[in-house]
Design a protein around this ligand. Structure first.
Ligand code: ADP
Length: 179
């Protein structure tokens, strides 16, 4: 599609809340509509672009700072960028919003008890056993978004429902053509 308007969907939420799963589903739908997409995911970016960083507040902010730089370049070139990062700090997300411009915050909301029940990566068990320091939601803060464009309540909705809500928002707000 030509003259595609770039934007960044910024998925924020606890580990295991569903950021990656929803972003993947949105990606598939956008691709099916011939929209150019790039997905930047915390677990992947932390093995490459930011592999030198840990989980202190300073390093978490640096992680997001670098990703934001990449998302900004893609966004201004008309790409639909899907960023899924815990990104726990409100002030850092606000800076990303300012830098990227077309920034749509998606709060992937899920109670920590449910994330721990899912324990997709086995990390909550370790965090509760005290084996991981600075684990968001257990031993490190998560600051809820105050005015996200979209909220997905993943303890109540399916991945497909959450993704459909996002696609519908993009259509209604004119980011993608309605079909
Ligand atoms: P994150 O990227 O936030 O760490 P993941 O997407 O890796 O989270 O894992 C979320 C897990 O929760 C997946 O196993 C997914 O199938 C499951 N899940 C259950 N219900 C939902 C939902 N409504 N939305 C997103 N994920 C869900």
């Amino acid at each position: 599609m030509c003259h595609q308007k770039g934007f960044t969907l910024w998925f924020t939420g606890l580990s295991g809340s569903g950021k990656t799963s929803i972003a993947q589903t949105v990606e598939e739908e956008l691709r099916a509509r011939q929209i150019k997409v790039e997905r930047l995911d915390g677990d992947i970016v932390r093995q490459s672009l930011t592999r030198d960083l840990g989980f202190s507040k300073e390093d978490r902010d640096k992680n997001i700072e670098r990703v934001t730089f990449v998302a900004k370049l893609l966004t201004r070139n008309g790409v639909a960028v899907l960023c899924s990062f815990i990104s726990p700090y409100r002030a850092r997300r606000a800076k990303s919003r300012e830098e990227i411009g077309e920034f749509l915050e998606v709060f992937v909301e899920c109670p920590v008890e449910e994330c721990a029940r899912r324990d997709v990566k086995g990390l909550y068990a370790k965090a509760f056993a005290g084996e991981i320091e600075n684990f968001t939601g257990v031993s490190d803060p998560y600051e809820d978004p105050e005015a996200p464009e979209i909220v997905c309540h993943t303890a109540q909705e399916t991945v497909v429902e959450s993704a459909a809500k996002i696609i519908s928002y993009l259509e209604t707000e004119g980011y993608i053509p309605a079909i």
